[in-house]
Design a protein around this ligand. Structure first.
Ligand code: CA
Length: 220
């Protein structure tokens, strides 16, 4: 899964970025509204953390423009403490949730997980597919109850497929959701990650639908 962080305070931006990377997400950062608007409309994200007070274009305007363009990505806004009208304006502009500054990082992470869960209509926090479980809270994966150690890229591939269980995910889409903007991208590496996941989780864990993509779960 891949997240965009929009925050103009460098220290806070770095803290958010580090925490999200640690939690297993591919992370892009923007420090002004113009850049944020551009990235939101040209890249693929599973969620966005959006500060409202931003240089160039303010966060509410960015959010309204995204929504006018039909962008449905879940957005968590960061609001000033005690500013109830910011929360109301933010939610009315298309935000899905908010966190007031200053915040605990754990709260941001929990709210993001909930937004992603809701976006995929997954009521339970633990994802399960046959013998495989994936817990977004701890970035832990098990096979028949035994822990499986994955690299960060393998984890992102598996997490994306499990959030879209039963659907054939094209290789290009998978590539877009596992790499940050500045990462060197090579869609062939997706095949490598899939091969490694099959070695760790069983040959039948992920189905290749020739010419279309990969699927986990659903009909055999
Ligand atoms: Ca700010």
């Amino acid at each position: 899964m891949r997240v965009l962080i929009v925050e103009d305070e460098p220290r806070l931006g770095r803290q958010l970025s580090a925490a999200l990377a640690e939690a297993g997400y591919a992370v892009d950062c923007a420090s002004d509204g113009e850049r944020a608007e551009f990235l939101g409309q040209t890249e693929s994200y599973d969620a966005v953390v959006l500060d409202l007070g931003l240089p160039k274009v303010d966060g509410l305007t960015v959010l309204r423009r995204w929504r006018e363009h039909g962008l449905a990505t879940p957005v968590l806004i960061l609001t000033a403490r005690g500013s109830w009208h910011e929360k109301v304006q933010g939610i009315d502009s298309g935000a899905d949730d908010y966190v007031s500054k200053p915040f605990q990082m754990e709260e941001v992470l929990a709210r993001l997980r909930a937004l992603i869960r809701r976006a995929h209509r997954q009521p339970a926090p633990l994802l399960r597919c046959g013998d495989i479980t994936l817990d977004p809270r701890s970035a832990a994966v098990t096979l028949r109850g035994a822990p499986v150690k994955l690299t960060s890229h393998e984890f992102r591939v598996l997490a994306y497929l499990m959030h879209h269980a039963g659907r054939v995910v094209p290789q290009g889409e998978l590539t877009e959701h596992i790499y940050a903007h500045d990462a060197g991208r090579d869609s062939n590496t997706v095949e490598v990650f899939i091969a490694r996941l099959r070695r760790k989780l069983g040959a039948g864990a992920i189905t290749t639908v020739r010419g279309l993509g990969y699927r986990i779960g659903g009909h055999a």
